[in-house]
Write a protein that binds this ligand. Structure first.
Ligand code: ZN
Ligand code: ZN
Length: 393
């Protein structure tokens, strides 16, 4: 057995213990105080220097090798969700209405394991490993605030790795993807203004209901007529509010929706087209239309070199047959994209299902759970991938 396998095998029980402790005590975004305390206590017990208070509850641990080399950052998110756990595992959430339904308890345990492993290998380590424990992936994008707090500098980070548990794969299986992996997300609100009057005299008013129908129809052409059939994007209107009675022409109408795109250029394009369709359609109908945006996470785009390292690490750990190279991006979002926007990076999927044991619920489901055998595998693959990147020329 090689050294990395030996070290990860030796920490398996500890990883399970940490993950169960976190699972029992989930904390919502930006409230990860106990989680942060637990991380610091473990780091301290292993003699690993760390900095806390980054982005509020964030923690950064640094393991500096004895030999020169690159610097690799590994990131885990710490926050839980406002979900009531419906399953009844022995480590069930003890906080009513809060649950680690996105597996961030596993991500945190795996990163702690990786920190411990690198500490144990410090004497033979080239370069530096920085571990980023970040708050608020689910809500306000703690990743960006960690970066703004300086985690990518001093020393300058050359690569960043991150993972997400995935119930699409059984534990012992991994998915990697080159290039575009997840979408950028923007929310928008459209307001249409017309003129109210009696519903029996539509000629005397200006009907925003009819205007809205034209706008919605027009918006469908962005994806179907303007986006390449080999690319993808989403434009969804999910909410409409307007009107007071069936016999009154509606003079003001509001629509809320989301845009998802897979490249920075695509993101700008969607926004420009949307504004143009809203303003010009409203104008053509004699009214007025405006669109306002609330920008969320950018698209997550992996770098080939970093994906190569993770893929090779996964093959060494699990064998070729257990590593899937994914062919389709997904239009979900993930704030690891802020790291990937700034450094060569790889975000990958660690299988966590065990359908024989009834573990396979989707992320964010109140029944979500993991097969804990994925924890040690996660540590092993992150460690092997980081070691490869530390040695790159
Ligand atoms: Zn989530
Ligand atoms: Zn998540």
């Amino acid at each position: 057995m090689d050294r990395i396998k030996e070290l990860t095998a030796a920490m398996e029980a500890e990883l399970v213990e940490i993950r169960r402790d976190l699972h029992r005590h989930p904390e919502l975004s930006n409230e990860e105080r106990r989680t942060s305390d637990l991380i610091c206590a473990r780091l301290e017990s292993w003699g690993i220097p760390y900095e806390r208070g980054l982005a509020g509850t964030g923690v950064m641990a640094v393991i500096q090798g004895v030999k020169p080399g690159k610097t690799v950052g590994i990131r885990a998110d710490m926050d839980a969700l406002p979900v009531e756990e419906a399953g009844n595992p022995p480590y069930r959430s003890e906080c009513p209405g809060v649950m680690h339904a996105c597996g961030h308890d596993a991500h945190t345990a795996i990163l702690l394991g990786a920190a411990k492993l690198f500490k144990e290998m410090q004497g033979e380590l080239s370069g530096t490993v920085k571990c980023f424990f970040q708050p608020a992936e689910e809500t306000t994008g703690g990743a960006l605030r960690m970066i703004e707090a300086g985690c990518l500098e001093n020393p300058h980070v050359d690569y960043v790795l991150g993972l997400h548990v995935s119930s699409a794969y059984e534990a012992g299986h991994v998915g990697v993807r080159y290039g575009k992996m997840m979408a950028a997300s923007d929310e928008f609100t459209i307001v249409l203004k017309g003129k109210s009057c009696h519903g029996a005299h539509p000629d005397l008013g200006n009907d925003t209901m009819v205007m809205a129908a034209a706008v919605i129809g027009g918006l469908q052409t962005i994806v179907s007529r303007n986006i390449s059939p080999t690319d993808s994007a989403v434009c969804t209107i999910g909410k409409i509010r307007g009107g007071v009675a069936g016999n009154v022409i509606c003079d003001r109408l509001q629509m809320d929706g989301i845009l998802r795109s897979l490249t920075p250029a695509g993101r700008d394009f969607l926004r420009e087209r949307l504004v143009s369709i809203v303003e010009n359609t409203a104008k053509a109908y004699g009214g007025e239309g405006t669109a306002e945006f609330h920008f969320s996470y950018p698209a997550l785009i992996n770098t080939d070199e970093a994906v190569d390292a993770v893929k090779a690490a996964a093959v060494e750990t699990l064998g070729e047959a257990q590593v899937t190279v994914e062919t389709e991006p997904e239009l979900g979002t993930e704030d690891f994209s802020y790291f990937a926007e700034r450094r060569p990076a790889c975000f990958w999927h660690l299988g966590c299902a065990n359908r024989e044991r009834g573990i396979g619920a989707d992320l964010h489901s109140c029944y979500f759970d993991i097969d804990e055998s994925c924890l040690a595998l996660g540590v092993e693959i992150q460690a092997r991938a980081a070691l490869k990147l530390l040695k790159t020329e």
